[in-house]
Design a protein. Structure first.
Length: 423
Protein backbone atom coordinates (compact mmCIF):
# COMPACT_ATOMS: atom_id res chain seq x y z
CA UNK A 1 0.00 0.00 0.00
CA UNK A 2 2.86 2.39 0.79
CA UNK A 3 4.28 1.69 -2.66
CA UNK A 4 0.94 2.59 -4.22
CA UNK A 5 0.74 5.85 -2.26
CA UNK A 6 4.31 6.83 -3.13
CA UNK A 7 3.82 6.21 -6.85
CA UNK A 8 0.28 7.54 -7.24
CA UNK A 9 -0.19 10.10 -4.43
CA UNK A 10 -0.71 12.98 -6.88
CA UNK A 11 -3.39 11.10 -8.74
CA UNK A 12 -5.14 10.01 -5.54
CA UNK A 13 -5.00 13.54 -4.10
CA UNK A 14 -6.40 14.98 -7.30
CA UNK A 15 -9.19 12.41 -7.48
CA UNK A 16 -10.05 13.05 -3.83
CA UNK A 17 -10.47 16.78 -4.49
CA UNK A 18 -12.41 16.02 -7.64
CA UNK A 19 -14.87 13.80 -5.75
CA UNK A 20 -15.31 16.51 -3.12
CA UNK A 21 -16.30 18.92 -5.87
CA UNK A 22 -18.59 16.40 -7.55
CA UNK A 23 -20.27 15.37 -4.30
CA UNK A 24 -20.73 19.01 -3.30
CA UNK A 25 -22.39 20.09 -6.54
CA UNK A 26 -24.83 17.17 -6.47
CA UNK A 27 -26.11 17.94 -2.97
CA UNK A 28 -26.01 21.68 -3.56
CA UNK A 29 -28.26 21.48 -6.61
CA UNK A 30 -30.83 19.46 -4.69
CA UNK A 31 -31.04 22.13 -1.99
CA UNK A 32 -30.86 25.09 -4.38
CA UNK A 33 -33.62 23.61 -6.56
CA UNK A 34 -35.98 23.69 -3.58
CA UNK A 35 -35.00 27.31 -2.88
CA UNK A 36 -35.72 28.22 -6.52
CA UNK A 37 -39.12 26.47 -6.27
CA UNK A 38 -38.33 23.94 -8.99
CA UNK A 39 -40.88 21.13 -9.04
CA UNK A 40 -39.80 17.67 -7.95
CA UNK A 41 -40.19 16.39 -11.50
CA UNK A 42 -38.04 19.21 -12.86
CA UNK A 43 -35.33 18.36 -10.35
CA UNK A 44 -35.55 14.68 -11.25
CA UNK A 45 -34.89 15.54 -14.91
CA UNK A 46 -31.94 17.71 -13.86
CA UNK A 47 -30.48 14.94 -11.73
CA UNK A 48 -31.12 12.24 -14.34
CA UNK A 49 -29.26 14.30 -16.95
CA UNK A 50 -25.96 13.64 -15.14
CA UNK A 51 -26.26 9.90 -15.71
CA UNK A 52 -27.20 10.40 -19.36
CA UNK A 53 -24.00 12.38 -19.83
CA UNK A 54 -22.00 9.89 -17.79
CA UNK A 55 -23.18 6.99 -19.93
CA UNK A 56 -22.33 8.87 -23.11
CA UNK A 57 -18.92 9.80 -21.75
CA UNK A 58 -18.07 6.22 -20.82
CA UNK A 59 -18.65 5.25 -24.47
CA UNK A 60 -16.99 8.22 -26.19
CA UNK A 61 -14.13 9.21 -23.87
CA UNK A 62 -11.86 6.28 -24.84
CA UNK A 63 -11.98 7.36 -28.50
CA UNK A 64 -11.26 10.99 -27.51
CA UNK A 65 -8.21 9.86 -25.55
CA UNK A 66 -6.93 7.78 -28.48
CA UNK A 67 -7.25 10.77 -30.81
CA UNK A 68 -5.68 13.60 -28.78
CA UNK A 69 -4.12 12.00 -25.69
CA UNK A 70 -4.73 11.90 -21.93
CA UNK A 71 -3.43 15.34 -21.02
CA UNK A 72 -5.48 17.29 -23.56
CA UNK A 73 -8.68 15.40 -22.76
CA UNK A 74 -8.06 15.87 -19.05
CA UNK A 75 -7.47 19.63 -19.35
CA UNK A 76 -10.39 20.22 -21.71
CA UNK A 77 -12.89 18.33 -19.57
CA UNK A 78 -11.66 20.13 -16.44
CA UNK A 79 -12.38 23.48 -18.07
CA UNK A 80 -15.92 22.47 -18.95
CA UNK A 81 -16.60 21.14 -15.43
CA UNK A 82 -15.46 24.36 -13.76
CA UNK A 83 -17.41 26.50 -16.24
CA UNK A 84 -20.66 24.59 -15.70
CA UNK A 85 -20.34 24.76 -11.92
CA UNK A 86 -20.04 28.56 -12.13
CA UNK A 87 -22.99 28.63 -14.55
CA UNK A 88 -25.48 27.02 -12.16
CA UNK A 89 -26.17 30.07 -9.93
CA UNK A 90 -26.14 32.41 -12.93
CA UNK A 91 -28.77 30.51 -14.94
CA UNK A 92 -31.28 29.26 -12.40
CA UNK A 93 -33.47 27.51 -14.94
CA UNK A 94 -34.23 23.76 -14.94
CA UNK A 95 -33.51 23.41 -18.67
CA UNK A 96 -30.14 25.14 -18.33
CA UNK A 97 -29.32 23.02 -15.30
CA UNK A 98 -30.28 19.81 -17.11
CA UNK A 99 -28.06 20.68 -20.06
CA UNK A 100 -25.27 21.55 -17.64
CA UNK A 101 -25.69 18.24 -15.86
CA UNK A 102 -25.36 16.37 -19.17
CA UNK A 103 -22.06 18.16 -19.76
CA UNK A 104 -20.92 17.57 -16.17
CA UNK A 105 -21.75 13.86 -16.37
CA UNK A 106 -19.96 13.48 -19.70
CA UNK A 107 -16.88 15.31 -18.44
CA UNK A 108 -16.64 13.45 -15.15
CA UNK A 109 -16.94 10.14 -16.98
CA UNK A 110 -14.09 11.12 -19.27
CA UNK A 111 -12.00 12.29 -16.32
CA UNK A 112 -12.56 8.99 -14.52
CA UNK A 113 -11.55 7.01 -17.62
CA UNK A 114 -8.37 9.08 -17.91
CA UNK A 115 -7.44 9.01 -14.22
CA UNK A 116 -8.16 5.31 -13.78
CA UNK A 117 -6.02 4.37 -16.77
CA UNK A 118 -3.23 6.46 -15.23
CA UNK A 119 -3.68 4.68 -11.90
CA UNK A 120 -3.61 1.29 -13.59
CA UNK A 121 -0.37 2.25 -15.33
CA UNK A 122 1.19 3.42 -12.03
CA UNK A 123 0.37 0.14 -10.27
CA UNK A 124 2.17 -3.16 -10.69
CA UNK A 125 0.68 -6.63 -10.87
CA UNK A 126 1.55 -7.11 -7.20
CA UNK A 127 -0.25 -4.02 -5.89
CA UNK A 128 -3.00 -3.42 -8.45
CA UNK A 129 -5.64 -4.74 -6.06
CA UNK A 130 -4.47 -2.44 -3.26
CA UNK A 131 -4.38 0.51 -5.67
CA UNK A 132 -7.96 -0.13 -6.74
CA UNK A 133 -9.12 -0.47 -3.13
CA UNK A 134 -7.37 2.75 -2.12
CA UNK A 135 -8.83 4.56 -5.12
CA UNK A 136 -12.36 3.48 -4.20
CA UNK A 137 -11.83 4.56 -0.58
CA UNK A 138 -10.61 7.97 -1.78
CA UNK A 139 -13.71 8.33 -3.97
CA UNK A 140 -16.16 7.60 -1.16
CA UNK A 141 -14.21 9.68 1.36
CA UNK A 142 -14.32 12.62 -1.04
CA UNK A 143 -18.11 12.41 -1.40
CA UNK A 144 -18.56 12.17 2.39
CA UNK A 145 -16.21 15.11 3.01
CA UNK A 146 -18.10 17.21 0.48
CA UNK A 147 -21.21 17.21 2.64
CA UNK A 148 -19.42 19.18 5.38
CA UNK A 149 -18.71 21.98 2.89
CA UNK A 150 -22.44 22.49 2.44
CA UNK A 151 -22.34 24.41 5.72
CA UNK A 152 -19.62 26.83 4.59
CA UNK A 153 -21.79 29.07 2.42
CA UNK A 154 -25.40 29.96 1.80
CA UNK A 155 -26.88 27.62 -0.86
CA UNK A 156 -29.10 30.52 -1.97
CA UNK A 157 -25.99 32.46 -3.00
CA UNK A 158 -23.06 31.63 -5.24
CA UNK A 159 -20.20 31.06 -2.77
CA UNK A 160 -20.65 27.29 -2.45
CA UNK A 161 -20.81 26.88 -6.23
CA UNK A 162 -17.53 28.77 -6.48
CA UNK A 163 -15.98 26.49 -3.86
CA UNK A 164 -17.02 23.42 -5.88
CA UNK A 165 -15.55 24.95 -9.04
CA UNK A 166 -12.28 25.83 -7.28
CA UNK A 167 -11.92 22.33 -5.86
CA UNK A 168 -12.36 20.78 -9.30
CA UNK A 169 -9.88 23.23 -10.85
CA UNK A 170 -7.27 22.57 -8.16
CA UNK A 171 -7.75 18.81 -8.38
CA UNK A 172 -6.13 18.66 -11.80
CA UNK A 173 -2.92 20.41 -10.76
CA UNK A 174 -1.29 17.50 -8.87
CA UNK A 175 -2.29 15.09 -11.63
CA UNK A 176 -1.10 17.13 -14.61
CA UNK A 177 2.08 18.36 -12.87
CA UNK A 178 3.16 14.93 -11.64
CA UNK A 179 6.03 13.18 -13.35
CA UNK A 180 4.08 9.99 -13.98
CA UNK A 181 4.36 8.99 -17.65
CA UNK A 182 1.27 9.11 -19.82
CA UNK A 183 -0.02 5.55 -20.12
CA UNK A 184 -0.82 3.70 -23.28
CA UNK A 185 -4.58 3.49 -23.60
CA UNK A 186 -6.61 0.53 -24.69
CA UNK A 187 -9.97 -0.90 -23.71
CA UNK A 188 -11.55 -4.22 -24.44
CA UNK A 189 -14.40 -4.50 -26.89
CA UNK A 190 -17.47 -5.29 -24.78
CA UNK A 191 -19.58 -8.41 -25.10
CA UNK A 192 -22.97 -8.00 -26.72
CA UNK A 193 -25.81 -7.45 -24.28
CA UNK A 194 -27.46 -10.63 -25.54
CA UNK A 195 -24.37 -12.69 -24.73
CA UNK A 196 -24.15 -11.09 -21.31
CA UNK A 197 -27.82 -11.70 -20.54
CA UNK A 198 -27.55 -15.35 -21.59
CA UNK A 199 -24.46 -15.77 -19.42
CA UNK A 200 -25.83 -14.14 -16.27
CA UNK A 201 -29.50 -13.08 -16.15
CA UNK A 202 -29.18 -12.19 -12.45
CA UNK A 203 -26.08 -10.09 -13.06
CA UNK A 204 -27.77 -8.10 -15.84
CA UNK A 205 -31.13 -7.61 -14.14
CA UNK A 206 -29.43 -6.82 -10.84
CA UNK A 207 -27.11 -4.22 -12.40
CA UNK A 208 -30.05 -2.51 -14.13
CA UNK A 209 -32.09 -2.31 -10.91
CA UNK A 210 -29.03 -1.24 -8.93
CA UNK A 211 -28.46 1.62 -11.35
CA UNK A 212 -31.86 2.99 -10.34
CA UNK A 213 -31.11 2.55 -6.64
CA UNK A 214 -27.71 4.23 -6.80
CA UNK A 215 -28.85 7.16 -8.94
CA UNK A 216 -31.78 7.75 -6.59
CA UNK A 217 -29.56 7.97 -3.52
CA UNK A 218 -26.78 9.89 -5.29
CA UNK A 219 -29.04 12.39 -7.06
CA UNK A 220 -32.29 12.61 -5.11
CA UNK A 221 -31.26 12.27 -1.44
CA UNK A 222 -30.68 16.03 -1.10
CA UNK A 223 -33.94 16.73 -2.94
CA UNK A 224 -35.73 14.47 -0.45
CA UNK A 225 -34.08 16.24 2.48
CA UNK A 226 -35.13 19.66 1.21
CA UNK A 227 -38.72 18.52 0.60
CA UNK A 228 -38.90 16.84 4.00
CA UNK A 229 -37.95 20.10 5.72
CA UNK A 230 -34.55 19.02 7.01
CA UNK A 231 -32.05 21.72 7.93
CA UNK A 232 -28.92 22.20 5.83
CA UNK A 233 -26.79 20.38 8.42
CA UNK A 234 -29.29 17.51 8.56
CA UNK A 235 -29.35 17.18 4.76
CA UNK A 236 -25.55 17.02 4.66
CA UNK A 237 -25.43 14.36 7.38
CA UNK A 238 -28.24 12.39 5.73
CA UNK A 239 -26.48 12.31 2.35
CA UNK A 240 -23.14 11.42 3.94
CA UNK A 241 -24.72 8.46 5.77
CA UNK A 242 -25.27 6.59 2.49
CA UNK A 243 -21.58 6.65 1.65
CA UNK A 244 -20.36 6.00 5.18
CA UNK A 245 -22.42 2.82 5.09
CA UNK A 246 -20.79 1.89 1.78
CA UNK A 247 -17.29 2.43 3.20
CA UNK A 248 -17.95 0.45 6.38
CA UNK A 249 -19.74 -2.56 4.87
CA UNK A 250 -18.04 -3.02 1.48
CA UNK A 251 -15.16 -5.16 2.70
CA UNK A 252 -17.03 -7.34 5.25
CA UNK A 253 -19.62 -8.24 2.62
CA UNK A 254 -16.86 -8.88 0.10
CA UNK A 255 -15.18 -11.26 2.54
CA UNK A 256 -18.46 -13.11 3.12
CA UNK A 257 -19.17 -13.35 -0.63
CA UNK A 258 -16.04 -15.42 -1.19
CA UNK A 259 -17.31 -18.00 1.31
CA UNK A 260 -20.94 -18.66 0.39
CA UNK A 261 -23.41 -18.90 -2.47
CA UNK A 262 -23.37 -15.39 -3.93
CA UNK A 263 -26.99 -15.61 -5.02
CA UNK A 264 -28.04 -16.19 -1.42
CA UNK A 265 -25.92 -13.28 -0.25
CA UNK A 266 -27.34 -11.03 -2.98
CA UNK A 267 -30.85 -11.99 -1.89
CA UNK A 268 -30.11 -11.27 1.77
CA UNK A 269 -28.30 -7.99 1.12
CA UNK A 270 -31.07 -6.74 -1.18
CA UNK A 271 -33.71 -7.76 1.37
CA UNK A 272 -31.93 -5.86 4.16
CA UNK A 273 -31.70 -2.83 1.87
CA UNK A 274 -35.43 -3.05 1.10
CA UNK A 275 -36.35 -3.32 4.78
CA UNK A 276 -34.06 -0.38 5.61
CA UNK A 277 -35.80 1.74 2.98
CA UNK A 278 -39.22 0.77 4.32
CA UNK A 279 -38.11 1.78 7.82
CA UNK A 280 -37.05 5.15 6.45
CA UNK A 281 -40.37 5.58 4.67
CA UNK A 282 -42.54 4.65 7.67
CA UNK A 283 -40.51 6.00 10.60
CA UNK A 284 -38.42 8.66 8.83
CA UNK A 285 -40.08 11.53 10.68
CA UNK A 286 -37.39 10.93 13.34
CA UNK A 287 -34.01 12.15 12.12
CA UNK A 288 -31.88 9.43 13.82
CA UNK A 289 -34.03 6.82 12.09
CA UNK A 290 -33.36 8.55 8.76
CA UNK A 291 -29.61 8.30 9.36
CA UNK A 292 -29.80 4.63 10.29
CA UNK A 293 -31.92 3.90 7.23
CA UNK A 294 -29.53 5.79 4.93
CA UNK A 295 -26.50 4.01 6.43
CA UNK A 296 -27.96 0.56 5.76
CA UNK A 297 -29.30 1.43 2.31
CA UNK A 298 -25.88 2.69 1.25
CA UNK A 299 -24.13 -0.16 3.02
CA UNK A 300 -26.22 -2.71 1.15
CA UNK A 301 -26.63 -1.12 -2.30
CA UNK A 302 -23.03 -0.10 -3.03
CA UNK A 303 -21.43 -3.49 -2.24
CA UNK A 304 -24.06 -5.13 -4.45
CA UNK A 305 -22.24 -3.60 -7.42
CA UNK A 306 -19.15 -5.69 -6.68
CA UNK A 307 -21.30 -8.72 -5.87
CA UNK A 308 -23.06 -8.67 -9.24
CA UNK A 309 -19.72 -8.34 -11.05
CA UNK A 310 -18.20 -11.23 -9.09
CA UNK A 311 -21.29 -13.39 -9.60
CA UNK A 312 -21.22 -12.75 -13.37
CA UNK A 313 -17.53 -13.63 -13.44
CA UNK A 314 -18.31 -17.03 -11.93
CA UNK A 315 -19.93 -17.99 -15.25
CA UNK A 316 -17.34 -16.45 -17.57
CA UNK A 317 -14.05 -17.66 -18.93
CA UNK A 318 -11.11 -15.56 -17.78
CA UNK A 319 -10.62 -14.14 -21.27
CA UNK A 320 -14.22 -12.84 -21.34
CA UNK A 321 -14.27 -11.09 -17.96
CA UNK A 322 -12.82 -7.79 -19.12
CA UNK A 323 -15.13 -7.76 -22.14
CA UNK A 324 -18.15 -8.21 -19.86
CA UNK A 325 -17.27 -5.12 -17.81
CA UNK A 326 -18.30 -2.66 -20.53
CA UNK A 327 -21.70 -4.32 -20.90
CA UNK A 328 -22.33 -4.29 -17.16
CA UNK A 329 -21.45 -0.59 -16.93
CA UNK A 330 -23.82 0.17 -19.81
CA UNK A 331 -26.71 -1.79 -18.25
CA UNK A 332 -26.15 -0.06 -14.90
CA UNK A 333 -26.09 3.30 -16.66
CA UNK A 334 -29.46 2.69 -18.31
CA UNK A 335 -31.01 2.02 -14.92
CA UNK A 336 -29.30 5.10 -13.49
CA UNK A 337 -30.86 7.38 -16.11
CA UNK A 338 -34.37 6.18 -15.26
CA UNK A 339 -33.88 6.20 -11.48
CA UNK A 340 -34.18 9.93 -10.67
CA UNK A 341 -37.09 10.43 -13.10
CA UNK A 342 -39.22 7.71 -11.52
CA UNK A 343 -38.19 8.78 -8.03
CA UNK A 344 -39.13 12.38 -8.80
CA UNK A 345 -42.50 11.32 -10.17
CA UNK A 346 -43.25 9.37 -6.97
CA UNK A 347 -42.05 12.20 -4.73
CA UNK A 348 -44.17 14.69 -6.63
CA UNK A 349 -47.36 12.65 -6.32
CA UNK A 350 -50.02 13.59 -3.79
CA UNK A 351 -50.15 10.00 -2.55
CA UNK A 352 -46.52 9.44 -1.56
CA UNK A 353 -44.85 12.86 -1.38
CA UNK A 354 -41.21 12.91 -0.24
CA UNK A 355 -41.52 9.33 1.05
CA UNK A 356 -41.65 8.19 -2.57
CA UNK A 357 -37.85 8.42 -2.39
CA UNK A 358 -37.70 5.49 0.02
CA UNK A 359 -40.55 3.66 -1.69
CA UNK A 360 -38.68 3.56 -5.00
CA UNK A 361 -35.50 2.21 -3.40
CA UNK A 362 -37.44 -0.36 -1.37
CA UNK A 363 -39.32 -1.58 -4.45
CA UNK A 364 -36.15 -2.08 -6.52
CA UNK A 365 -34.28 -3.81 -3.71
CA UNK A 366 -37.26 -6.06 -3.04
CA UNK A 367 -37.47 -7.06 -6.73
CA UNK A 368 -33.72 -7.76 -6.63
CA UNK A 369 -34.14 -10.09 -3.65
CA UNK A 370 -37.09 -11.93 -5.24
CA UNK A 371 -35.29 -12.37 -8.55
CA UNK A 372 -32.16 -13.67 -6.83
CA UNK A 373 -34.28 -16.22 -4.99
CA UNK A 374 -35.92 -17.23 -8.29
CA UNK A 375 -32.55 -17.66 -10.04
CA UNK A 376 -31.45 -19.99 -7.26
CA UNK A 377 -34.11 -22.42 -8.53
CA UNK A 378 -32.98 -22.12 -12.16
CA UNK A 379 -29.26 -22.80 -12.04
CA UNK A 380 -26.99 -25.14 -10.14
CA UNK A 381 -24.95 -23.78 -7.25
CA UNK A 382 -21.31 -22.97 -8.06
CA UNK A 383 -19.12 -24.42 -5.28
CA UNK A 384 -17.20 -21.82 -3.31
CA UNK A 385 -13.84 -23.31 -4.27
CA UNK A 386 -14.70 -22.77 -7.96
CA UNK A 387 -15.71 -19.12 -7.68
CA UNK A 388 -13.41 -16.18 -8.34
CA UNK A 389 -12.36 -13.55 -5.84
CA UNK A 390 -14.33 -10.33 -5.46
CA UNK A 391 -12.70 -6.97 -6.21
CA UNK A 392 -14.11 -3.82 -4.57
CA UNK A 393 -15.61 -1.38 -7.03
CA UNK A 394 -18.36 1.21 -6.60
CA UNK A 395 -21.03 2.45 -9.04
CA UNK A 396 -19.04 5.66 -9.53
CA UNK A 397 -16.36 3.72 -11.42
CA UNK A 398 -15.79 3.98 -15.16
CA UNK A 399 -15.27 0.98 -17.50
CA UNK A 400 -11.51 1.31 -16.95
CA UNK A 401 -11.82 0.68 -13.20
CA UNK A 402 -14.19 -2.16 -13.99
CA UNK A 403 -11.61 -3.78 -16.23
CA UNK A 404 -8.94 -3.30 -13.56
CA UNK A 405 -11.28 -4.97 -11.05
CA UNK A 406 -11.72 -7.86 -13.47
CA UNK A 407 -7.96 -8.19 -13.85
CA UNK A 408 -7.52 -8.23 -10.08
CA UNK A 409 -10.17 -10.93 -9.75
CA UNK A 410 -8.53 -13.02 -12.48
CA UNK A 411 -5.09 -12.71 -10.87
CA UNK A 412 -6.48 -13.62 -7.45
CA UNK A 413 -8.26 -16.66 -8.86
CA UNK A 414 -5.11 -17.76 -10.70
CA UNK A 415 -3.06 -17.40 -7.51
CA UNK A 416 -5.54 -19.66 -5.71
CA UNK A 417 -5.26 -22.26 -8.47
CA UNK A 418 -1.45 -22.12 -8.36
CA UNK A 419 -1.48 -22.47 -4.57
CA UNK A 420 -3.77 -25.53 -4.77
CA UNK A 421 -1.57 -27.15 -7.43
CA UNK A 422 1.55 -26.48 -5.38
CA UNK A 423 -0.06 -27.98 -2.27
Amino acid sequence: MLQVISSAWALLLGMGLLMVGNGLQGTLLGVRGEIESFSTFQMSIVMSAYFLGFLGGSRLAPEMIRRVGHVRVFAALASFISAVMIMYPLLTDPIAWALGRVVIGFCFSGVYVTAESWLNNAASNENRGQALSLYMIVQMTGIVSAQALMLVGDPAGYETFVIASILVSISFAPILLSISPTPAFDTTKPMTLRQLLDTSPLGCVGMFLLGGVFSAQFAMAAVYGAQAGLSLAEISTFVASFYIGALVLQYPLGWVSDRMDRRLLIMLVAAVGAVSAMVGMIFGVTFPVLLISAFWIGGMSNPLYSLFIAYTNDYLEYDDMAAASGGLVFINGLGAIAGPVITGWLMGSAIFGPQGFFLFIAALMFVMAIYAAYRMTQRAYVPVDETGAIAPVYPTASPVAMEVAQEVAIEAAQDEIDAQETA
